[in-house]
Design a protein around this ligand. Structure first.
Ligand code: ATP
Length: 216
C-alpha cells in the first residue's frame, strides 16, 4: 500500500516568517513527507486575541509565503469552524477526509510541544498521530523526553521499526532562523526597523501596504 505522509504545522502565523518556512521544508525533506499543511489557528485559545489581526489577513500572508513552495499548503479548516481553534477538532476533520493509508505527522517546535498539556484532549492527540518535535534549544531535549516518558509515548529507537506505533521523533537542525519569532518581527516593525531578512518579500509587501504592526 502506498502510504501518504502529511505533515501538520499549526500556528497563529502573526506573521509567518522564514523560521516557519524553513521548518516545513526541512521536515518535509528529512521525513520524506508528501506535503505539509500549515494550519492557521483562527481563534487560538492560548494567545491574546484582542491584539491578533484578523485570521483572513494572517491567511493572506501565509498564502503569499507558501506560494513559491510546492508541497507546503495552507489549511483553512479552523477559519471555517466556529468557536475556539482546538487541534483535536481539526484532526478529527482531517482524519474523516483522509485517504486510506494516510499518515499524519504533527510538527512542532520544542517550546510549543512542552505546552501540549494545555491542549484539549492532548492525550488522544499524542496517541493518534506521530509527532516531530524540533529542538529549538539543546536543553529542551531532556524536558521533551521526560514529558514523553510520563505520557507513555514511544520515542527514539522504539520508532525505528518498519511500521512503528504512533510516537514522537525528536529532530534537530542547525540554522540561524531557529531563534526567530513572530513576536520579534512585530516588535521590530513597531520600532520602524527593517524585517526583510526575516520574512518573505511578498509578506513584507502586505505588511507595508497596510502598515501592519507599525503601532507598538
Ligand atoms: P509568536 O512569537 O507570536 O508566539 P511564533 O513565531 O512562535 O509566534 P507560531 O505561529 O506560534 O510562531 O509558531 C507555529 C509553530 O512554528 C510552532 O510549532 C513553533 O514552535 C514553530 N516555530 C516558530 N518559530 C520557529 C522558528 N524560528 N524555527 C522553527 N520553528 C518555529
Amino acid at each position: 500500500m502506498t502510504r501518504h505522509k502529511t505533515g501538520l504545522l499549526g500556528g497563529t502565523f502573526n506573521p509567518v516568517h522564514r523560521g516557519h518556512i524553513e521548518l516545513g521544508l526541512k521536515i518535509k525533506t528529512a521525513f520524506g513527507l508528501d506535503r505539509v499543511l500549515y494550519i492557521l489557528s483562527a481563534r487560538p485559545p492560548h494567545k491574546k486575541r484582542q491584539t491578533l489581526p484578523a485570521a483572513e489577513l494572517r491567511l493572506a500572508m501565509l498564502q503569499a509565503a507558501l506560494q513559491p513552495h510546492p508541497g507546503l499548503e495552507t489549511c483553512e479548516l479552523e477559519l471555517r469552524r466556529q468557536g475556539e481553534s482546538w487541534t483535536i477538532d481539526t484532526l478529527r476533520e482531517l482524519q474523516a477526509a483522509a485517504a486510506s493509508g494516510e499518515r499524519f505527522y504533527f510538527i512542532t517546535g520544542s517550546e510549543g510541544f512542552l505546552k501540549i498539556r494545555t491542549w484539549k484532549e492532548y492525550r488522544r492527540i499524542l496517541r493518534e498521530v506521530y509527532f516531530i518535535v524540533v529542538l529549538r534549544r539543546p536543553e529542551h531535549r531532556l524536558k521533551v523526553e521526560r514529558l514523553l516518558r510520563e505520557e507513555g509515548i514511544p520515542f527514539g529507537p522504539a520508532l525505528l521499526e518498519a511500521d512503528p506505533p504512533p510516537g514522537a521523533f525528536l529532530h534537530s537542525y542547525v540554522s540561524d532562523y531557529l531563534e526567530l519569532s513572530a513576536t520579534a518581527i512585530r516588535r521590530k516593525r513597531s520600532h520602524g526597523q527593517d524585517v526583510s531578512p526575516y520574512v518573505e518579500h511578498n509578506v513584507q509587501k502586505i505588511m507595508e501596504e497596510i502598515k501592519l504592526y507599525e503601532e507598538g
